[in-house]
Design a protein around this ligand. Structure first.
Ligand SMILES: Nc1ncnc2c1ncn2[C@@H]1O[C@H](COP(=O)(O)OP(=O)(O)OP(=O)(O)O)[C@@H](O)[C@H]1O
Ligand SMILES: [Mg+2]
Length: 226
């Protein structure tokens, strides 16, 4: 059985609208890197919301490692915790993710939620700040940072939970050349560590370096909602 599977899913934001997905299926093995492409509005972010349990298909199934991921399943707190520990989501727009008063607390938030001791939380938080080269931002307010800095804080917050699957929505957006290099290095390390990577990107650089498969959503959905 596949590690991550969408079976014949249908999804529309509003039942009166054309569905973003209509009978869509996807099957992924563990440790694979999937690059997701598609025009603006093709459904990349929608797919990622479904994979992260933020939106739910009206038809079809989402199965992760043998477990059906449904609204009901995730209503249970311990299920939700287990699920979110495995699956890290870097939002296309980091503003949506960042809500703490300080960068340090933003990164420490996930590990704290998992009930890890504060010593261990500090160790993880500092490791992730070092990795993303944002130590000097520790006491700053995330909402006052530049876009590229926000993106790095958001990735640090995702990595702090050491998830086995990473869903990254346009990770290069807002990054300068130096930070693109840094993200490339981190992606390489994640791939080497056997993580499953699902990346929405228009970057040939990311796709060429890491993608085992490419999914082009433009071929599934167009403006008419086909
Ligand atoms: N919250 C929402 N409510 C209603 N419709 C939405 C919502 N979010 C997205 N849509 C619609 O769903 C479709 C897919 O949008 P989505 O954001 O998934 O595309 P995308 O591939 O991520 O685009 P982009 O490249 O611009 O990020 C579009 O037609 C969009 O207008
Ligand atoms: Mg998007």
């Amino acid at each position: 059985m596949a590690y991550l599977e969408l079976r014949d899913i249908t999804f529309a934001y509003d039942t009166s609208e054309n569905p973003v997905f209509d009978g869509f299926s996807l099957s992924l093995e563990k440790g694979v890197c999937l690059a997701v492409r598609g025009d603006n509005g093709a459904g990349k972010t929608t797919l990622f919301r479904i994979l992260n349990g933020l939106s739910f298909p009206v038809k079809g199934e989402y199965v992760l490692d043998g477990v059906k991921i449904t609204r009901e399943y995730l209503k249970d707190n311990s299920n939700a915790k287990r699920f979110h520990k495995r699956m890290g989501y870097l939002f296309q727009n980091p503003d949506i993710m960042l809500f703490n008063a300080k960068v340090y607390d933003e990164i420490a938030f996930g590990p704290r939620q998992m009930g890890i001791g504060e010593d261990k939380v500090r160790e993880r938080t500092e490791d992730c700040m070092n990795l993303l080269e944002i130590r000097q931002l520790a006491d700053k307010a995330p909402y006052h940072l530049s876009e590229g800095q926000k993106k790095r804080v958001a990735l640090a917050a995702v990595l702090a939970l050491n998830p086995e699957i990473l869903v990254l929505d346009e990770p290069f957006a807002g990054l300068d050349t130096k930070n693109r290099k840094l993200f490339m290095k981190i992606l390489g390390e994640l791939k080497k560590a056997g993580k499953t990577l699902i990346i929405a990107t228009h970057s040939e650089e990311i796709t060429e370096a890491f993608a085992d498969r490419v999914l082009d959503l433009s071929t599934f959905v167009d403006e008419t909602g086909r």
